[in-house]
Ligand binder design. Structure first.
Ligand SMILES: [Ca+2]
Length: 426
């Protein structure tokens, strides 16, 4: 169903709406082939894939050599290489259900992760002090990143990075991106920081204790323990200093915080909660923003801050600083950056959230997000591309609809809004 054009997906959704639950499975199963036919077709497809992989490889070899990769390095890396079906499957699966931010945070901030983080802070105290001194990045942030990226080095991914990236460059959804990463991975091998069997990672090619993709590795990894190799797989010092270097180069401001939970006055204009809006703490205070306990905001800093509402206006509000945006460079997910900020505080016995999450508001599923975007478009709002991703354009379209309805304009996609759009059409 995933590869069908959008209209067919819309048709299948219509069937789901009118069908009983028994019929739902058969309606969508009609997209599938009988198993024997499917078996023959997939054998043929495998043969075709194998042929085209060989062809792709010889074309890519030319490019790699033109980019300065030595023939012996390339040939060693590709010796006996075949596409990894599991990688392709992972790339093509687009989960129907999104975990709510509060459930994501429960996992990210688990008591187990906090306990291990505290042990690591103690065990590596001297090294972390040296890294802080050189890069100016708070050790609790670094340990939080380490904890979320690889569970402190215990879950780095066991797949061959060359094989995963070659699979994705050949047939993945973002093959240009994968090809760039594959070239960068070959550069790493050529420089000798690691070898083919040592270059392991996630199915998407994220490597080592910090889960750097190869281009990030080439740009930001450092040899902090001084053994001549940038080893983010085995050396905690190299891994954590590399993360610190990455944040420093992403405008990390030494001594500044990532942000904090805040409270908003009654009748607050929620349209101001947007990544494009930056104001000084004094300006936010003048608009009725207080700290999470309702006390005056500290207004000493002239740095601008941005208001975010990760679960809409019914959930907690946060004022985020430039360092939060540096964490987003590492992983462009608000939930992730929030988890890093909060975990860094939990490691110090703080970081409790005061407001409640709206746990009865389940996030829209992928097909509901597609439907919402389609209905927004049909209603004359402009949600951008209908891709199931609630980005800046979709949020803007939602705000316009909310304003038209006289609702709080938080730009948050929820079931109430979807229902209003459905009723408008019918
Ligand atoms: Ca090293």
């Amino acid at each position: 169903m995933l590869n069908l054009p959008f209209r067919s997906r819309a048709l299948c959704r219509t069937l789901i709406v009118v069908a009983t639950s028994m019929l739902v499975s058969s309606a969508c199963a009609s997209d599938r082939m009988p198993s024997q036919v499917q078996g023959r077709a997939s054998a043929a497809a495998e043969q075709q894939t194998a042929t085209s992989f060989t062809q792709w490889q010889s074309e890519f070899r030319e490019q790699a050599l033109a980019a300065g990769i030595r023939a012996d390095i390339f040939d060693q890396a590709f010796a006996g290489l075949s596409p990894d079906a599991a990688v392709l499957k992972a790339d093509q699966s687009q989960p129907e259900f999104t975990r709510p931010v509060w459930e994501y945070l429960d996992g990210a901030l688990s008591s187990q992760r906090q306990a291990t983080g505290r042990v690591m802070l103690g065990r590596h105290a001297a090294m972390l002090q040296q890294i802080e001194a050189r890069y100016g990045v708070d050790r609790h942030i670094l340990v939080a990143i380490w904890g979320l990226e690889s569970n402190f080095g215990s879950n780095m991914g066991e797949r061959s990075v060359i094989r995963s990236l070659a699979t994705l460059a050949h047939q993945g959804r973002r093959s240009d991106f994968a090809q760039t990463q594959l070239l960068a991975a070959l550069e790493i091998l050529q420089r000798g920081d690691t070898n083919i069997s040592g270059m392991t990672g996630s199915w998407a090619g994220a490597m080592g204790q910090t889960q750097f993709i190869p281009t990030t590795y080439n740009d930001y990894a450092v040899d902090f323990d001084g053994n001549g190799k940038r080893d983010i797989w085995h050396s905690e010092a190299d891994a954590l200093a590399s993360a610190a270097n990455y944040l420093k180069q992403s405008n990390w401001q030494s001594g500044a915080s990532w942000g904090a939970e805040v409270r908003l006055a009654e009748g607050f204009d929620y349209s101001l909660a947007d990544m494009s809006v930056r104001k000084s703490p004094a300006d936010w205070a003048a608009l009725g923003v207080t700290d999470a306990r309702g006390r005056a905001l500290p207004t000493g800093s002239s740095d601008t801050a941005t208001l975010i509402l990760p679960a809409g206006h019914r959930g907690p509000a946060f004022l985020i600083n430039n360092n939060f945006r540096s964490i987003l460079r590492y992983n462009n997910s608000t939930s992730y950056a929030l988890a890093i900020g909060l975990l860094s505080e939990r490691l110090q016995g703080q970081g409790q959230i005061h407001a409640s999450w709206p746990t009865t508001d389940k996030p829209l599923s992928r097909s509901e997000r597609l439907e919402l975007q389609e209905l927004l478009e049909n209603s004359g709002f402009e949600p951008g591309s209908v891709d199931g991703i609630i980005g800046a354009n979709t949020r803007q379209a939602i705000r316009q609809l909310q304003i038209a309805l006289g609702w709080p304009a938080d730009g948050y996609a929820d079931h109430q809004l979807l229902q209003v759009l459905r009723n408008r059409i019918n």
